[in-house]
Structure formats: C-alpha cells, structure tokens
Design a protein around this ligand. Structure first.
Ligand code: FAD
Length: 388
C-alpha cells in the first residue's frame, strides 16, 4: 500500500497493544507517513492454533466498517463476515419472533470472529513498510515529564525506554498507560463491574444448520439472556449473560440441565447436554466492566484509545466499533491540525469524551432492552425452530 509521505518531518509514534484497536490505529498512523512502532505483550497470534467454534465473535457495524474502509481492508474483512439482518427471539416454549433491523434499506450488522479479525488487522499493518510490531513486549512504566515509556522484552528480560512524538495506549480495559494517567492531577476515572457475568457455549457446525442463518438469536428471559452469533464454519457462538449468583446456584449437572430444559428448551439439543454441563461446571463466568475517564490525553504526546479509554459492557455491540472510530477521529483531527500532535490530542479529548461516555451509558441500557424489553414487541410468536 502506498504511504502518504507528507511534509511532517516523519513523526514517530509508539502504540501499546496490537489488539483490534491498536492494529487499526497503526495502519492509520502509517498511512499518514508516520514511523510506527507497536509493542504487544502477547505472542504473535497469527502463529497461534485456533480452537474451532470456541472463539468469541463480534458484531461489526457502520462506524467500525468506516474505519476499516479508510485503511483499505473493509471488503477483505466483510468477505469472511456473516450478515445479521435482524434479531430472532426465542420464547421459553421454543417459539420464534423476528425483528428486522432495517426493513427499508436492508442495512445490517456483521458477525466476525475476534481472532480472525485480529490476525487480519495485524497482517494489514505489514502492508506498510513504516510499521514495526514487537511481540512479547510489555509496557511497564510511563514518564509524562520525559515523554517516554519503559518496556520489557519478555523473551530476553531486557528493559529499555522509548521516546516518540505520540505515545498511544491501546492496551485494553486494564491499560497500564491509563493507570499512570490516573495518578496525575485532575484525571477523572470511574469503573463499574456489573453484577452479571457471561459464559460462552458453542453450537457445533453439524447442528448449526438448524439455526436460521443471518440473524442474531436472542433468548430474552427478563433478568438474564442468552444470545448466539453465527461463525463461518456453520457453528454458532452462544453467550449466556446472567447474575453471578444464578451461575453459582447451578452447581451440579442435574441443576444445570434442568435450568436449560426449563429456560432455553430449544437450545439443549443444539448445544448438547454434555457440552452444557461441562461448560458450566468447568468454567467460571467472566466479569463485565464499564470504564469512564477524562481526559484521554496527558501533556502534548500521550493518548489512550479503545477499551483503555472507554471499556463498555457488550450489549450495544459497540466497544470495538467505537474504538475503530477513535482511530478515524484521531486521523481526521491530525489532518485538520496539519499534524500538530499536541493540539490534536487536546481537541480529541474535548470532542471524544462526551460521545464515549454516552455510548457507555447506551451499552448499559441496552442490556435491559435485549434481555427484557424485546419481549414486549407486539409481534406474534410463531413456529418453533424445528420447523424452520
Ligand atoms: P483489547 O482487545 O483488549 O487489546 C488490548 C491489547 O493490548 C491486547 O492485545 C493486549 O495483550 C495488549 N496489552 C495489554 N496490556 C499491555 C501492556 N502492558 N503492554 C503491551 N501490550 C499490552 N465490541 C463490538 O464492537 N461488537 C461486539 O459485538 C462486541 N462484543 C463483545 C462481547 C464480549 C463478551 C466482550 C467482553 C466484549 C465485546 N466487545 C464488542 C468489545 C470489544 O471486545 C472491545 O471493545 C475491543 O476488544 C477493544 O479493543 P482494544 O484493542 O481496545 O483492547
């Protein structure tokens, strides 16, 4: 891919994290002609073995696609994504109700595998000769006065410092860069763990064809819910969101199966009794956190983006999408401010904080919508899944 080498004295950018947002940001910055170094604490996931049907998938929507389009990989990503044109609700009797997202213009969201997407995005950075990714490198300290970060090479245990014109923390919800920002005066920070956790199950490809494709399936049960998103290999990733207390009560195979037979009867054969019991008894549900902070920058060169700045509960399907939009916005502002980094990141915080806080709130609200309010839509329940 050609690199726009504008008159910007080849700015140097350090990005912490090559997750979804860090990789996209690296492409944006490289496209501007900046020299980009990305430091990632994990191994290169492109070399990791994938466990089929067990990877979380994500809903990709407009704001995320727009960013992918700007760095030239939207079509490539969509080729392996599965359109979801609406919600298909499952009642406790196994009846179905369809809610189309956009009957007028037929717009939809897309289910895409997290690992697949992350690998694609890391690969996309290799289109730019001015990006270098260092895996197994952990950010340990940030020095805002010096404008530097300290990293450790986890393979050699060598510790070293890096200076740059712009240092971006894309290091996720438990960001080390944000933690350092929290210790500076006037930095606002709040976090909320909700009382519900999630556990992931799977419908294997051989049963997946019984599910109506191209939909986000939801089993809304008032105080909790189960959802299923389609994968390329006809399997479905199923996620149950429920109060931790309820998970704890399901402590024996008999209790787990009775709960599924009573609550999600049409899913039991699809997932399989053994898999349901195994998943419940061998795994602990994961936590869900919502994080708000302000500002997103410190001084003239430090910035946080993605979950590091605004981790949110997943019910609006916008965490990654909003993170991709962060990258588009940063790029637009750098363009507008002619690569003046200090001015750009100050303006970035000013416009981004209120929007990100709003989407965190919407995500929290949408849990109630998905698990409960959808039940009140005035459509008739129809035939069971067996008749599809
Ligand atoms: P991460 O994906 O967490 O990446 C951070 C990277 O930084 C990682 O690679 C990590 O190894 C690295 N790192 C961390 N610390 C360091 C360090 N000290 N040094 C070096 N590297 C470091 N969003 C959607 O848009 N749609 C959805 O449908 C959706 N569904 C979701 C479902 C669930 C169950 C959950 C939990 C989240 C969902 N999300 C969804 C949210 C989405 O997963 C996140 O918003 C997204 O992963 C954030 O990307 P990120 O790159 O900011 O952070």
């Amino acid at each position: 891919m050609s690199v726009k080498m504008s008159d910007n004295n080849r700015k140097k950018v350090v990005i912490i994290g090559s997750g979804l947002v860090g990789s996209v940001c690296a492409c944006f910055m490289a496209k501007r002609g900046y020299d980009v170094e990305v430091f990632e604490r994990r191994d290169d996931i492109r070399a990791a073995v994938e466990v089929k049907g067990r990877s979380i998938n994500l809903a990709l929507s407009h704001r995320g696609r727009k960013a992918l389009n700007s760095i030239g990989i939207e079509d490539d990503v969509l080729e392996s994504a599965i359109p979801m044109k609406g919600r298909l609700l499952h009642s406790a009797k196994g009846e179905l109700k369809r809610v189309v997202y956009d009957p007028t213009f037929n717009q939809c969201i897309f289910s895409v595998g997290r690992n697949y997407l992350n690998k694609k995005l890391i690969q996309a950075t290799t289109n730019f000769p001015n990006v270098k990714i260092y895996f197994n490198h952990l950010l340990t300290r940030s020095n805002f006065e010096e404008g530097s970060v300290t990293l450790i090479n986890l393979k050699t245990c060598e510790e070293f410092k890096r200076n740059a014109d712009l240092i971006i923390g894309a290091d996720g919800a438990y960001s080390k860069l944000r933690l350092a920002m929290q210790q500076t005066p006037q930095f606002q920070y709040s976090q909320q763990y909700i009382e519900h956790g999630y556990l992931e199950l799977s419908i294997r490809p051989q049963m997946g064809h019984k599910m109506e494709p191209n939909n986000l399936h939801i089993w809304p049960r008032g105080k909790f819910m189960m959802i299923a998103l389609p994968n390329q290999d006809s399997s479905w990733t199923v996620t149950i969101f429920m109060p931790f207390e309820k998970f704890e009560n399901l402590s024996t195979p008999k209790k787990v199966l009775k709960f599924f037979q009573d609550t999600f009867p049409d899913s039991v054969d699809l997932i399989g009794e053994n898999d349901i019991v195994d998943t419940f008894l061998k795994n602990r549900p994961s936590e869900l956190v919502s994080i708000k902070c302000s500002p997103y920058h410190i001084g003239g060169k430090f910035l946080i983006i993605g979950d590091a700045a605004h981790a949110m509960v997943p019910f609006y399907g916008q965490g990654m999408n909003a993170g991709f939009e962060d990258c588009s916005l940063l790029d637009d502002l750098l363009e507008k401010n002619r690569n003046d980094i200090a001015k750009t990141i100050q303006e970035y915080s000013k416009v981004r904080v209120k929007n990100a806080h709003a989407i965190c709130d919407l995500a929290m609200y949408n849990y109630v919508e998905m698990r409960d309010l959808v039940n009140r839509i005035g459509f008739q329940w129809r035939k069971s899944i067996d008749h599809l």
